[in-house]
Design a protein around this ligand. Structure first.
Ligand code: ADP
Length: 325
């Protein structure tokens, strides 16, 4: 089969937003325009695709966006894509708008939507965008670096006041399904304990004993980083305070972790991935996910990407525990 000539590419962001998505959009737009292609932006992910919320994008439309968090294309979750009819309708709209390549910036869920579209003949390219780092096919995802630095800085501030008042602090970070943010903050902020979904041996009684022990050894504060999946931080703080007699506060960092100006790393990697995605399309490759592994940017078949596994770095969890002496 002779491949159809590439004339028009479209880009959308889907699922949870992540700082650096704008840098990726900008790179897709400008690389495509620089290669003589037309570029369309689909607003609000697959939901906007089904609503035909599709705009032309020029080089100026992405001016002044590289430093902005969030996504200028907005994002959404779209339950219709779980139904065959929804995917068929989406594929028909892509055909109607003569879109030859669809760049999807999002996480694993968004790739599953893209895979479903690819089975109906749409050429899809995925770019990993999530603050959770929980995409198995890649060691890097757009937004994690910014989010983990945002959380780290917030936790440093909490640590200052926690030390002044000789408190115990539970700080809840995002990561319902994956504990990378908790692990990195645990190490980067020198926490005494990290609670996260990958380490289910959580034992509150042992933590209470450890807090009392640490106090005897002269520790002025005690930081617990809690990935949002593990219990209720506010109630845990009340129980710890009651059992130890040590003032304990819970802080839930929440959505602040999603926002903010992307770090340099997120801007550079997102820009590289956006440009790489268009290069893959120009070279005629189909249905690929852009990844970063072992120091290199690469592309991988979407099926292979969705079946990839990424072992959790248990050795780093052990290091965090060892360093909390
Ligand atoms: P993320 O891309 O961040 O993992 P979600 O899991 O919420 O975010 O997925 C984003 C969107 O991708 C969903 O709202 C849905 O429209 C689409 N999607 C997710 N899983 C599937 C699937 N199995 N089949 C088709 N579309 C899917």
């Amino acid at each position: 089969m002779v491949a159809k000539k590439l004339r028009t590419v479209a880009v959308l962001t889907s699922g949870g937003d992540a700082p650096g998505m704008n840098a990726a959009i900008r790179a897709v737009v400008r690389t495509a325009l620089g290669n003589g292609l037309n570029v369309r932006g689909i607003r609000r992910g697959y939901e906007g695709l089904l609503a035909e919320d599709i705009i032309d994008l020029s080089a100026r439309d992405v001016s002044d966006t590289i430093q902005r968090g969030g996504t200028i294309l907005y994002t959404a979750r779209c339950p219709e894509m779980f139904q065959k009819e929804g995917v068929q309708e989406a594929a028909a709209i892509i055909k109607k708008y003569e879109i030859d390549g669809l760049v999807v910036i999002g996480g694993d869920g968004s790739y599953r939507g893209a895979l479903a579209l690819s089975k109906l003949g749409v050429n899809v390219i995925g770019i990993p965008g999530t603050i959770d780092l929980d995409i198995p096919c890649t060691e890097y995802t757009i937004g994690f670096d910014t989010a983990v630095n945002t959380a780290m800085e917030a936790i440093d501030k909490i640590r200052d006041t926690s030390t002044s008042h000789e408190r115990c602090s539970i700080i809840e970070v995002m990561g319902r399904g994956a504990g990378y943010l908790a692990l990195w903050c645990g190490i980067g902020n020198g926490a005494e304990k990290i609670l996260m979904p990958e380490e289910q041996d959580f034992n509150e009684a042992a933590i209470i004993d450890d807090i009392a022990e640490c106090r005897k050894r002269g520790k002025k504060n005690y930081i617990i980083i809690n990935a949002e999946s593990i219990g209720d931080s506010t109630n845990m703080a009340k129980r710890i305070e009651k059992a130890t007699g040590i003032s304990t506060r819970a802080t839930i960092l929440g959505h602040m972790q999603r926002g903010g100006s992307p770090t340099c790393r997120d801007r550079v990697y997102a820009s590289t991935m956006g440009a790489f995605a268009v290069k893959v399309l120009l070279e005629g490759r189909r249905n690929r996910i852009i990844c970063y592994n072992k120091g290199e940017f690469m592309d991988m078949d979407i099926d292979e990407a969705l079946n990839a596994t990424k072992p959790f770095p248990d050795f780093q969890y052990k290091i965090a525990q060892d360093l909390a002496l």
